[in-house]
Design a protein around this ligand. Structure first.
Ligand SMILES: Cc1cc2nc3c(=O)[nH]c(=O)nc-3n(C[C@H](O)[C@H](O)[C@H](O)COP(=O)(O)OP(=O)(O)OC[C@H]3O[C@@H](n4cnc5c(N)ncnc54)[C@H](O)[C@@H]3O)c2cc1C
Length: 346
């Protein structure tokens, strides 16, 4: 009987796990996740009676396969199309309607985008709060070790899905053919990631402009995305309040990375209210999340990474696509999962 370990319970790892479980239920499959949650960057937080997505904001489904997964295989009444448009703004903070011809349909779960991770996982065995630090090749099998060097599992095949720099760090600590290891690390290097600080802001007044989010079109504003979470679903905030998520541009995220929350809010507040062109009332609370590895800027060398398959090492994630998109990460996970099943004889 084959055993398979997947490192990372983001959507790529969970989509791969789903394919393996569907096609080869006899495989002993374990997913290891360093955090408490499922979904990785597809993440939701609950605070002060509010629900907000502090990583990925919306799911796009431009291809038939993604639509099949979302609307049929994982059909869920909580999945809703966002009814309002995304507007744009420029460096001076001037809002405009944007080009409706470029508008894409966007989907989200009413009670938080992280529901996607839970739906993809189903009853897959996920060992949470275990960070895999290193792998060791032992004959034809792999041993998985945590930060303390403790053996946490063994597998015939290991699929790595953390963002490329984190995957690279695991390989650098691992013990196997040093020539192959260096080739894999080099192949991952082109997938560098932009940082992103995401700030949630709860305001004392409910306001409902004609847009649900605005995106900076000329990439010259410190804010790249300003979303109204209560437009995704009105119950995401108390009825008389507004709930915003502001995502900072890469340069601002880097410059303000270590800034205390109060100072960050003092910088951001005036920029946000200027964009709203409305009075959102008093700021009631704020929350922040720093994503060191938010969105990839380039793609890893997939052909070189595929050489490791003969050694039972597999890779999936948005670093293989070079574009930070949920549907692309799912597609990467599904494709790798299918190839892994074929290699295991399924
Ligand atoms: C702020 C932000 C906004 C975004 N907006 C959108 C959007 O609106 N629409 C969209 O389509 N995409 C968006 N994205 C991109 C999208 O979220 C990602 O492309 C996608 O979720 C990547 O999935 P993944 O499974 O490849 O990686 P991840 O989600 O990063 O999953 C990797 C998992 O591995 C775990 N892990 C890491 N190291 C270890 C270890 N050593 N041991 C065990 N586990 C480990 C991590 O905790 C994580 O759960 C956004 C991303 C960010 C950060």
């Amino acid at each position: 009987m084959s055993t398979c370990a997947i490192i990372g319970a983001g959507v790529a790892g969970l989509a791969a796990a789903r394919i393996v479980r569907q096609r080869m239920p006899e495989v002993v499959l374990t997913v290891y996740e360093k955090s408490r949650g499922l979904g990785g960057r597809v993440a939701t937080r609950r605070r002060n009676g509010c629900v907000f997505d502090h990583g990925a904001q919306v799911i796009k489904a431009p291809d038939e396969r993604t639509r099949q997964v979302l609307h049929h295989e994982l059909a869920d009444a909580a999945l809703v199309e966002i009814p309002a448009p995304v507007w744009t703004f420029d460096a001076a903070g001037r809002l405009s309607v944007g080009d409706p011809a470029l508008a894409e349909r966007q989907w989200v779960y009413r009670d938080g985008i992280s529901r996607l991770g839970k739906r993809l996982a189903g009853d897959t065995a996920v060992v949470r709060e275990v960070r895999i630090a290193a792998l060791t090749r032992q004959g034809t099998r792999w041993a998985l070790h945590d930060d303390a060097g403790t053996l946490v599992g063994e597998a015939d095949a290991v699929l790595l899905t953390p963002p490329a720099p984190q995957t690279s760090a695991i390989l650098a600590q691992s013990q196997f053919d040093p020539v192959l290891r260096e080739r894999l690390i080099t192949a991952l290097a082109p997938a560098q990631y932009r940082r992103c600080i995401s700030v949630a802001l709860g305001y004392a007044r409910r306001f409902d402009p004609p847009w649900y989010a605005a995106v900076n079109a000329d990439r010259q504003h410190p804010i790249v995305w300003l979303g109204l979470e209560h437009r995704k679903d009105p119950t995401r905030a108390p009825a008389d309040q507004s709930l915003l998520v502001a995502q900072l541009a890469p340069a601002a995220s880097l410059a303000w990375w270590d800034m205390p929350l109060a100072e960050l809010v003092a910088q951001l507040g005036p920029l946000v209210t200027a964009l709203l062109a409305d009075d959102p009332g008093a700021l009631l609370w704020a929350d922040r999340q720093g994503w060191r590895y938010a969105l990839p800027d380039g793609a890893a060398d997939a052909a070189t990474l595929a050489l490791a398959r003969d050694h039972g090492l597999w890779f999936a994630g948005d670093f293989l696509t070079g574009v930070g998109r949920i549907h692309r990460a799912i597609a990467s996970g599904e494709a790798t999962g299918a190839a892994l099943v074929a290699a295991l004889g399924g």
